[in-house]
Design a binder for this molecule. Structure first.
Ligand SMILES: Nc1ncnc2c1ncn2[C@@H]1O[C@H](COP(=O)(O)OP(=O)(O)OP(=O)(O)O)[C@@H](O)[C@H]1O
Ligand SMILES: [Mg+2]
Length: 312
């Protein structure tokens, strides 16, 4: 059953003639999924989360979280954990006080033990009594993350959880989320610009661009993905690779030919490896290796967001 749903969700800021920020977005996220929501700056990722939390209302369309209208029922709100871009922590509180306040608000039991454990996990145990006002960006981010899960939510909304975090802390966030997904069947909705993180963490992603979802699937399926095909041929040496590239360019049809040392990479539609290999062998070239590498998530992403001349 879907725990997060959007049906033709449309959001327009300003007058009716303004271009919609979100234009008929459809989402259906099942319990236990780790869903990555990608898109360039200004694509509407934060707006989507704010609507799913009930902080903004849709202009048109419907959203449901646990089958209900977001923000309407307190008992549903208690099942959500949230880390927004601006974490909204009170600078005058200590790390411990901040978590304790939040846990108290949600009626958590066994608060002290849980908070100590979380502080330890996010690496803030030594700062437990330090005022948040003295924290670095990354420390606030870690505390925000701890706060978002202190009440054991069933859905976690994270708006760029690793922004401002060093590589070690990014790893910590990833491990934490993997553990939560594995042990608690928690559903995670992550806005991120961090393609590597998304690739390692998410069971499914959607790429948002110019108000619409342009692709939505598992990372693996997107990488194997529609249309574009790619063949990489390693030749005996660089001059042969250059000759091979010339030859393949003459054949036309192939969308893009590039040379990298002794390798030539051909990317295009309907490319048949046997034909390419035969043509190169007939030209007297010595082939050392032929590969069909999958595209990286980065390549998939740029193909989508570069369309219409817009870059991330
Ligand atoms: N309250 C608001 N009033 C008017 N326009 C808004 C408001 N909130 C967001 N917008 C506009 O909506 C668009 C999407 O913003 P949003 O913050 O959702 O993007 P984002 O995908 O989260 O971007 P980023 O990657 O930079 O965080 C932007 O053009 C932004 O200016
Ligand atoms: Mg944002």
């Amino acid at each position: 059953m879907a725990v997060i749903e959007a049906i033709d969700l449309t959001k327009t800021f300003g007058g009716p003639r303004s271009r919609p920020v979100l234009d008929r977005i459809n989402l259906s996220i099942e319990a236990g999924e780790v869903f990555g929501y990608l898109g360039p700056n200004g694509a509407g990722k934060t707006t989507t989360i704010r609507i799913l939390l009930g902080l903004l209302t849709p202009t048109e369309g419907v959203v449901r979280v646990f089958g209900g209208v977001p923000g309407e029922r307190d008992e549903l709100r208690a099942r959500l954990g949230v880390l927004l871009e601006n974490s909204g922590l009170d600078d005058r509180m200590t790390a411990f006080q901040s978590l304790d306040y939040h846990a108290h608000l949600y009626g958590c039991r066994d608060r002290r033990r849980k908070i100590e454990h979380l502080l330890e996990f996010v690496g803030l145990a030594n700062e437990r009594n330090a005022k948040i006002g003295t924290f670095s960006t990354g420390m606030k981010r870690k505390l925000g993350l701890a706060r978002s899960i202190v009440h054991d939510p069933d859905i976690l909304f994270l708006d760029e959880p690793s922004a401002g975090l060093d590589p070690e802390a990014q790893l910590m966030v990833r491990e934490l989320l993997q553990e939560l997904a594995r042990t608690r069947n928690i559903t995670v909705f992550i806005n991120s610009h961090h393609l590597d993180e998304v690739q390692r963490l998410c069971t499914r992603i959607a790429i948002l661009h110019r108000g619409r979802i342009r692709a939505s699937d598992s990372v693996e399926n997107l990488r194997r993905g529609a249309g574009q095909d790619r063949i990489e041929v390693r030749l005996a040496d660089a001059p042969q690779a250059a000759r091979a590239a010339g030859l393949l360019r003459e054949r036309g049809r192939l969308a893009r030919i590039s040379v990298d040392g002794d390798r030539v990479v051909a990317t295009g539609n309907g490319m048949r490896a046997p034909e390419i290999v035969t043509a190169l062998v007939h030209a007297g070239l010595e082939i050392e290796e032929v590969q069909r590498p999958a595209r990286s998530l980065e390549e998939v992403y740029f193909e989508i967001v570069r369309d219409e001349g817009v870059t991330a």
